[in-house]
Design a protein around this ligand. Structure first.
Ligand code: TYM
Length: 328
């Protein structure tokens, strides 16, 4: 069975972008792959988090993974901070990446361009991510488009390590879904939908009031030509809505184009709002059931136990190869 690994940061509220670009694909892969899915809470520390918010967001995210359909019996679910080996391998790998490589990462460049004071963690973020991935030798890393560059850097570092110290890490492939890999902001469809949308109008949050989310779909920015057609370059708003519709309804975009040929944007948006509402209701009901139970801790403990077995072995192998341990 081929292996997959991915993670999400518990920062802010989970968005429809996270759901469509990552969580929903994870669920669809769980029967076919051996999966390791974690909460990237060490990565969340690169930006200050109020402790109470971090705790709540972490719990919410794990409950959401399960509410969305991830089955803890099939998937190893764990907290990154519970497997100490990630930070240690992250240090070794951080010593193998150049400042130039890290400076070229878009996520870092975007933060830097905003001229805010940024912590060193943001800069070295990819080294920890490389450790998260390489620790488990996954064949594939399912991520949204914005994380592809990080996985590509990870491949380079794995190759560098293997050629310097002999074959140690599998070279992972990023896996970005063709449709839904980059869900755009509903008010500004040339920009990625993100957790940090200031007014919150362009971002749908999975656990938000469903009526508010439906309204956001109905007031999404489109264009004036009135034709429902997929053309991301010239019709970014409608194309984004078509991608969302296609994923949520599990129907090809061409099918939707045919169904709405000659129909207005209003009708299309109303139907999409209904489809979204149904999906969110299912997830939210499950989420509330899960949050009222007390088995999340057990799931995380089980997951960490399984992850640690692999991580310890891998770290020991790395440490033998690089000569940091005196035992051969
Ligand atoms: P994070 O928490 O920013 O995002 C989690 C996942 O959601 C995807 N995503 C989107 N997909 C489509 N459209 C959008 N608008 C959208 N916004 C976010 C992201 O691409 C991602 O797949 N660095 C990672 C977490 C991480 C990780 C890893 C991932 C840490 N270590 C190892 C994979 C493997 C991150 O910040 O994701």
């Amino acid at each position: 069975m081929k292996r997959m690994l991915s993670g999400i940061k518990p920062t802010g509220r989970v968005t429809l972008g996270n759901y469509i670009g990552a969580i929903k694909p994870f669920v669809s892969y769980q029967d076919e792959y051996e999966m390791f899915i974690f909460i990237a809470n060490l990565h969340s520390m690169t930006i200050y988090q109020k402790p109470a918010d971090l705790r709540k967001n972490t719990k919410d995210l794990i409950a959401l993974y399960i509410a969305a359909g991830l089955d803890p019996e099939k998937v190893t679910l764990f907290l990154q901070s519970d497997v100490l080996e990630h930070a240690q391998l992250g240090w070794y790998l951080g010593c193998m990446v150049s400042m130039g490589e890290l400076s070229r990462m878009t996520q870092y460049k975007d933060k830097k361009a905003k001229n805010e004071v940024i912590g060193a963690g943001i800069f070295n973020y990819p080294s920890l991510m490389n450790a998260d991935i390489l620790m488990y030798d996954p064949d594939f890393v399912p991520v949204g488009e914005d994380q592809k560059q990080h996985v590509e850097l990870c491949r380079d570092i794995a190759e560098r390590f293997n050629s310097r110290y002999s074959e140690t890490f599998k070279i992972p492939e990023p896996l970005v879904t063709k449709v839904g890999g980059r869900i755009m902001d509903l008010q500004n469809p040339t920009k990625k939908m993100s957790k940090s949308d200031e007014l919150g109008k362009g971002t749908i949050y999975i656990l938000d009031d469903i009526n508010i989310s439906k309204k956001k779909i109905k007031s999404a920015v489109t264009d004036s030509d009135g034709h429902i057609h997929y053309d991301p370059e010239n019709k970014p708003g409608i194309s984004n809505l078509l991608e969302i519709y296609s994923i949520l309804a599990n129907r090809p975009i061409e099918d939707l184009e045919k169904q709405y040929d000659g129909k207005g944007y209003g009708e299309f948006k109303n139907d999409l709002a209904e489809v979204l509402g149904e999906e969110l209701e299912k997830i939210q009901n499950r989420y509330h059931e899960i949050m009222s139970g007390s088995y999340l801790d057990d799931i995380l403990e089980e997951g960490a136990k399984k992850a640690r077995i692999i991580a310890r072995k891998k770290l020991a192998k790395v440490e033998r190869k690089i000569g940091i341990t005196i035992k051969k």
